[in-house]
Write a protein that binds this ligand. Sequence first.
Ligand SMILES: [Zn+2]
Length: 104
Amino acid sequence: MQMRQCAFCGKRIAAHLNQCPFCREMVPQVHLSRASSGAGRTQIRRGLLYMLLAGVIYYFGAGYAKPLEVPIAIQPAVVNYLAPLVFLGGLGLTLYGLILKAKS
Ligand SMILES: [Zn+2]
């Protein structure tokens, strides 16, 4: 059975109850649904994060941060394939999020 905490007395009560059995306060049902509010915002944020990550990979991998040496040797394939792939993935996710947002 799912349990949650009463907002008034802090005791753990069953999630389906509308009233706390300990303090008799009405406990509003909280429905945590990800789809209802801000649909697509998560995707947009994640997509932007991926694009930023791709930029960082490219920046260090291509050697633009010359005085700052990366401790591990980065294969050229990583820069040539992984960075654009991550970037495109992030771009796709961002567009998907925008479409989701436009629909709702
Ligand atoms: Zn209570």
